[in-house]
Write a protein that binds this ligand. Sequence first.
Ligand code: SF4
Ligand code: SF4
Length: 131
Amino acid sequence: MAIAVAAEKLTRQIEELSGQVIADCYQCGCCTAGCPIGGEMDPVPSQAMRLLQLGRVQELLDSDGIWLCASCMVCGTRCPRGVDYARIAEACRALVLRTRVSKVDPDTVTEEECEEIPQQAFMASFRKFSV
Ligand code: SF4
Ligand code: SF4
């Protein structure tokens, strides 16, 4: 019961920070189809929205996907329901950063990862160290 209450509180915080309504998503997948980082992201935007709808918010906050989002805004422009997932990912990152735990450590990135992962994904992640 306490876990469900905590999840509900986190979900409401994400809605407040992002200005988005999680229930508006009807799982069409248009956001994921247009995401340039979709091949690397886990969960992809539509899966992330579903996790939030199911109250599995902590799974999303613990995921790599919210950090790989490059904030390019393509998902929001494609969403027929007007949901801007980039803002939701940003809200999730803000909640994690409030715990003072960083997800991406530049010192641990290998040369191989630098070649494999899209450059904009790194840029988006590192920029978040400014807060
Ligand atoms: S804002 Fe993030 S989730 Fe949306 S399309 Fe761009 S990289 Fe993908
Ligand atoms: S495009 Fe919008 S409605 Fe469709 S899955 Fe993504 S967030 Fe949900």
